[in-house]
Design a protein around this ligand. Sequence first.
Ligand code: ZN
Length: 281
Amino acid sequence: MTKLTCVSLTAGSCSAIERVVFQQGRWRTVYFPATVLLLHHPVHGYGLVDTGYSQHFFAASARLPYRAYRWATPVQFDAQQAVAAQLPALGVPVADIKWIILTHLHADHAGGLLTFPTAQVFVTQTAWQAAEHVSGVTAVRQAILPALFPKDFGAQATLLTPQTTVALPQQWQPFQHGHDVFGDGSVFTIGLPGHAPGQVGVAFLDQANRAVFAVADACWTQQELMAHWQPTRASAQVLHHSEDYRATQQLLRQLHAAQPDIVLLPTHCAASHAAYRDDYD
Ligand SMILES: [Zn+2]
């Protein structure tokens, strides 16, 4: 089985009041990192899962109505935190990023896309169809900043369609179907509906032969997922589909119960990413 080398990076973060997000939260400010996975495939080279924040995010949200995104979600970021700024120290020229999987198109995931104009981008057709025609206040409400997408993105991106899914290996049950991104069984995208249109997670074996499932924003943190925390009414309003969100979380808990060794990496879970990085120090 083809293994990938994986490094977890953080490209900025956003802050929120925990009690505003979760019914079980406390009245304290919590910081949610915008993590990015740097992967290396033996044949397809370097790639990313999501792109975090970058200077493009600030340009795209400079003016109203897009500025409102930053009021709703305060962002902590400096230029050294952009993925592209971190790559050279890892020995990876920016131009060596050959492919990017966007789990969904929220601005904290697509925020660095313009930095990698030559990379092949994989995203679901559902995600793009929901994003391509929205603008203004409608876009901001869906956490979309249209200026983050290259011109002709829809034509250039590799759109993953429901017709091209395959049966997943037993290991990922109860998840049944996904996309075999490179056709070699090394990287699967797996639908995680509810949070945003067409959201997927990314599943692969890492350098230590561990199964990793980057679960995007299917939950904010693993703690919240396992403790069945409930979104507040305000945060439930920004979910694309509440029932699907709960069903996806139930499947993730089932997967974890059946395969506790699978590393679940929610994009914004600082603890999960810290533990994963510690394992390789
Ligand atoms: Zn999101």
